[in-house]
Design a protein. Structure first.
Length: 281
């Protein structure tokens, strides 16, 4: 789709730069995949890409996870440990769900981004780090700043290059490509002949708004392949999706007519639609 081509163009432009990148988008749109594309397209692709889910770790362990610790720094620290910043040396550090980072750690993260150096817990040694930081969130960071839950200075430090991952409902023309790719991937992983998506099946998939985005489509394809048994074709019944009239919210569905910035002729457009309906009838 046009949106994905534009996204690829932006990734190619900034991949070789050191600037921090903030990837936004709904759950399931592929933010981590976008981060990996940035890493692989840049001059750091020979280095590691280290991913941290900021919402998956308890606050008590997050500081040690990011910056590391030395032996005896706290109860249970029986040996020294390298943090994620050091692990990403020469490569990319991906901070997923950055909006969930506690305020106390936001201050320390800001300093690391500014100084490019870290200190392990319990140590006075300064360790220089040469990394590219990419963060991602599915929440509204501007609103979290207003609520006092996210530092404004950290936001602007992370949001040097903003990238939005568009939801699948805004690029429904990509659904057939994605669905066929997932069918091929699942079938090869299962060691079975690749199944075929019938035309009416693809039409049904393109008529759905996919609130769970690409991840939901991938899961639905995996289920359809599993439940279709020995049949070589995938039919609409293999995808138990809500009827188009029952989908919510309707505003999320793709419009029937795309209005260009220059506008359109209302009567002429209606005539074209009417002719299409009559010809089909």
């Amino acid at each position: 789709s046009r949106e994905m081509r534009q996204l690829q163009h932006i990734i190619r432009l900034v991949a070789g730069r050191r600037a921090t990148v903030l990837i936004t988008g709904e759950t399931g749109t592929g933010k981590e995949l976008g981060a990996r594309s940035l890493h692989m397209a840049g001059n750091r692709r020979g280095g590691p890409m280290v991913a941290v889910n900021c919402s998956a770790l308890p606050e008590s362990l997050m500081e040690s996870e990011l910056f590391g610790h030395v032996r005896g720094a706290f109860t249970g620290a029986f040996q020294s440990r390298m943090g994620r910043f050091e692990q990403a040396q020469g490569g990319t550090l991906f901070l997923d769900e950055i909006g969930e980072l506690p305020m106390a750690l936001q201050t320390k993260l800001l300093r690391v981004l500014q100084e490019r150096e870290v200190q392990r817990l319990g140590s006075s040694e300064i360790i220089k780090v040469d990394i590219r930081v990419v963060s991602a969130t599915n929440c509204d960071l501007a609103r979290r700043m207003e609520e006092g839950k996210f530092r404004e200075d950290l936001y602007y430090r992370l949001n040097v290059v903003p990238i939005e991952m568009p939801p699948l409902r805004r690029r429904l023309e990509d659904v057939p490509l994605l669905a066929c790719h997932f069918v091929d991937t699942v079938c090869r992983a299962e060691g079975i002949p690749v199944k075929v998506l019938m035309r009416e099946t693809l039409e049904r998939l393109c008529d759905y708004s996919w609130p769970g985005n690409v991840r939901q489509l991938e899961n639905m394809v995996e289920m359809a392949v599993a439940l279709s048994g020995e049949r070589r074709t995938l039919v609409p019944a293999d995808f138990p999706l809500p009827a188009p009239s029952a989908e919510r919210p309707m505003a999320g569905r793709a419009p029937l007519v795309a209005v260009p910035d220059s506008g359109l002729d209302y009567e002429e457009t209606l005539a074209v639609i009417e002719r299409s309906i009559l010809e089909q009838a």
